[in-house]
Design a protein around this ligand. Structure first.
Ligand code: ZN
Length: 283
């Protein structure tokens, strides 16, 4: 593992910090909430790159979420696309890795929320990349809008008050995963598996070497990843909270050693088992 020198624009994690402060001080002042949104875009975070096997993973923190560049030889994959407003940030981040949008071969979306799928249509236009997403999120992707979610905490209810854009350019994925998709045929040693819970078509990507990309199934740390990003936590929203928790229980029994998350992370399997009170031994 190495810490890349590049610094990439980030800030989602601080939204909440400012939102909570603003709410406490100004009693839900729309001005304070909007200010927190603007200030958050000024903060930056590092990119994390690791390559224990032949698949190098680079974590890129955008304005609201992480995306991941995976290099497999000369073939380039992107997990998630970022928000619609992240095009410049993503282009700059990729350029620091010596990559252009046009170089991407495959984009795999963990789910259809705007901060994960918002740029997918633009990336496909720029690169001709193959877009892969879960079948269950088709209606969301074709509408270009977030479907209703259930908040899992008081903080989550506060976030719902923020002026977050839930709309994006709609599109139809090139490949829809309904069940499981072997990614070897596309040049990536791993599988994409649909696990409805966070959204109806949430996908995870599990590499053969035991690293997994699980989107918003798990949140890294608190305040969107600002505090203790390597501590697994319940995400703020899910379509089905119980089903999402059941998904985590399934993965806790798998030979996964590292989870890459949509916000914060990465986290270890041991930390996931501890955080969600799972022993991983067949419960
Ligand atoms: Zn989400």
């Amino acid at each position: 593992m190495r810490w890349a020198a590049n610094v990439i624009q980030t800030g989602y994690s601080l939204w909440e910090l400012f939102a909570v402060q603003a709410l406490r001080i100004a009693t839900v002042s729309p001005f304070a909430l909007t200010l927190s949104f603007l200030i958050s875009s000024l903060f930056s975070g590092p990119a994390l790159a690791e390559h224990p096997s032949e698949s190098e993973v680079v974590q890129i923190r955008l304005s609201m979420s992480n995306v991941y560049l995976i290099r497999r030889g000369t073939r380039l994959f992107l997990v998630d696309s970022g928000s619609g407003s992240d095009l410049l940030r993503l282009g700059e981040a990729l350029a620091r890795e010596g990559v252009q949008l046009a170089d991407l071969a495959v984009v795999i979306l963990t789910h259809g929320h705007a901060d994960h799928a918002g740029l997918a249509a633009q990336i496909r236009r720029s690169s001709g990349a193959l877009l892969i997403a879960g079948r269950g999120d088709r209606s969301m992707l074709e509408a270009g809008a977030n479907a209703p979610v259930t908040p899992t905490s008081f903080t989550a209810r506060l976030i719902l008050l923020l002026p977050i854009d839930a709309n994006y350019e709609p599109f139809r994925p090139d490949i829809e995963v309904d069940g499981e998709l072997d990614l070897h045929a596309y040049g990536l040693p791993g599988r994409a598996i649909q696990m409805p819970g966070h959204t109806p078509g949430s996908l995870i990507i599990v590499l053969d070497d035991g690293r997994a990309f699980v989107g918003d199934m798990i949140l890294g740390g608190w305040l969107g990843g600002a505090l203790l990003p390597n501590r697994p936590n319940e995400h703020y929203f899910h379509m089905d909270v119980g089903r999402n928790r059941a998904n985590i229980a399934v993965l806790a029994k798998q030979p996964i050693h590292r989870y890459f998350l949509g916000h914060g992370g990465p986290v270890s399997q041991e930390a996931v088992r501890e955080a969600f009170a799972m022993d991983g031994a067949g419960r």
